[in-house]
Structure formats: structure tokens, C-alpha cells
Design a protein around this ligand. Sequence first.
Ligand code: NDP
Length: 316
Amino acid sequence: MSQEGTPLKTLIIGSGPAGYTAAIYAARADLQPVLYTGMEPGGQLTTTTEVDNFPGYPDGVDGPAMMVDLQKQAERFGTEVHIGMATAVELSNKVGGTHKVTIDNDKVLEAKTIIIATGASAKYLGLPSEQRLRGGGVSACAVCDGFFYKGQEVAIVGGGDTAAEEATYLANICKKVTMLVRKDHMRASKAMQHRVTAKENIDLRYNSEIDEVLGDQVVEGLRIVNNQTGEKDEISITGLFIAIGHKPNTDIFKDQLDMDDAGYLITEGKSTKTNRPGVFASGDVQDKEYRQAVTAAGTGCMAALDAERYLATIES
Ligand code: NDP
């Protein structure tokens, strides 16, 4: 923890693959990082089951277990990990300046560099039946969980590029994919739409919304409503994928850091630098395109290297 009057070298906000990878690299570079986990220690991977696509695990790995391992690895090199939420920031504009981060609306920490790895949260529809069955067949990541529904019938909600891409991905492994789009057209690019319509096993339904997810412990079906006619019908499925967008966790950085229209942090060129000197962004908070654990980990590494170089410059 920082001593009175001595700012931390590196404060990391967030505990997904980006945050912990930044911590591993920062600790090994002797930046004595302090990491605050946020509300969901371990990040989005703790809401998934098996992770089969992270390199180095030939038999897959349990998502929460992988995050515990990442934490242990970061701590092994001296990272201080604390449970707590960054609730406000005061980011310096000056090269070599000190940044202030308030934790849990209470304690204020000072740091020379900040690595933001606060991630993004998948949006859900908000239906009680959908929330009840999260982890029981309702998922927000087809690439993570689609494989468990191999050869089965599933549904996906959304009409953007993510939904189109994930529907196509699911169509390659599942028997049938019902795609529900709430408007009479898709928002996805024409190229992505063509990929969807080219798949014979995607049943594309426009003007369609979910009235209720059916099933007690696990997903067994959907009651669908046509929002033009009010007509309802039921289908049997075992998996429901929600692909209606993500919300980056950047509210506390508004008016201080540059963001795009959707609230993702903007970084400079191929680096993790934000518009404030000594403040770096890694993982899903600055990436709406790839959003994979391995890409988040990669940018976490980059952020630690960027922080190390920045500190070397201001200390020289
Ligand atoms: P988008 O915000 O682009 O699309 C969200 C979709 O979900 C829209 O069709 C929207 O419908 C629908 N939706 C939102 N809320 C609801 C709801 N409550 N019920 C039903 N449907 C709902 O998000 P994406 O994640 O698809 O894409 C995010 C960004 O990432 C985009 O810029 C996209 O281009 C990009 N991307 C690019 C890829 C690529 O190029 N390969 C792959 C994946 C993403 P409506 O249209 O009616 O608002």
C-alpha cells in the first residue's frame, strides 16, 4: 500500500486477464503494482464454465479456476491484490504528475501510473427468466460456450455484427440456430448478413423478441413474440445466446479520458496510452472488436511495458 506522500508506481484497476497479466509483468519489472479487483473479481471469465480456447490448456480450463491461477501468478511476483472498486478518479494532465483514485467512495490512492483494465459487461435483455437461467443455458458468449451445444438446437438474440458472427459460428457446430432480430432489418454489415443468410440451418426471424425463456433448471425453449402482430409461438432449444452488445466499464473516466461513441477508451496507435500521461488502458475496456481472454492478456502485457517505459522516462 502507498505510504503517506509516496505515490504508488503502478495501480491496476480490474482483475480480468488484462489486469492480472499487467500485474505479472509490472511486478516482475519491480513496479510493485497494487491491483484493485472491482465488483467481479476475476472478471467475465468467472461467469463462464470451461475455457477451451486459451492457449496452453490442451484439456481446457475452468474459467474461475484460471482466474485464481492468474491471481496467484501475479501475487507470486509481489502484486498486492485488494478487493475494492474504483469509484472516482482525478487523472493528472502533466507528464510525471500524480493520479488519484478513490476506492469504495472512501480511501484515496495516489499513483504515478494507472493501468485501466475494467473490462466490459455484456448486456442482457433483463427478463427474469433469462437472469434465472444464466449459467443454465443462457450465455453471452458463443465463442466461449457454443461448443457445449454441439449438434443441438440453439437461439441467438441480436442483429448487429456480433450476433451475425456468432450465429454463423454456432451454425457450424449446432444442428439449428434460430436468430431473433427485433427490427425488420439487421444492423450488421451487408457482408455479415450474407454470411447469415447463406447458412441453411439459421432460421432468421425479424420483428421477433423473447417473451419468456422456458425451463426450470436449464433452458428448454423460448416463447417468442412477433412485435408487429403480437403473435406468440414456442420453440425447443437447449442454449440461448444473448448478443445485443457490451457496455465498457468507463463511467468513472468520463470527461477525463477520450472515448468513442460507445464509451470504449481510445488508445494511441498500437500502444495502450490514453490521452493522459501515465494512464494506460488494456483489455475489453479499449477493445470492442476481439474481446477474447487471450487478446486482453496481450494488451495487459503491453500496458505494463508501456508503464515501465513511461516511469523510466520520468525518473531519468
Ligand atoms: P451493436 O450495438 O452493433 O448491435 C446490437 C444489436 O442488438 C442490434 O441489432 C440491436 O438492435 C440489438 N439489441 C439491442 N438491445 C436489444 C434488446 N433489448 N432486445 C433485442 N435486441 C437488442 O453491438 P455488437 O456487439 O453487434 O457490435 C459492437 C461493435 O463491434 C459494432 O461496431 C460492430 O460493428 C463491431 N463488431 C465488428 C465485428 C466484425 O467486424 N467482425 C464483429 C463483432 C462486432 P437494434 O438494431 O434494433 O438497435
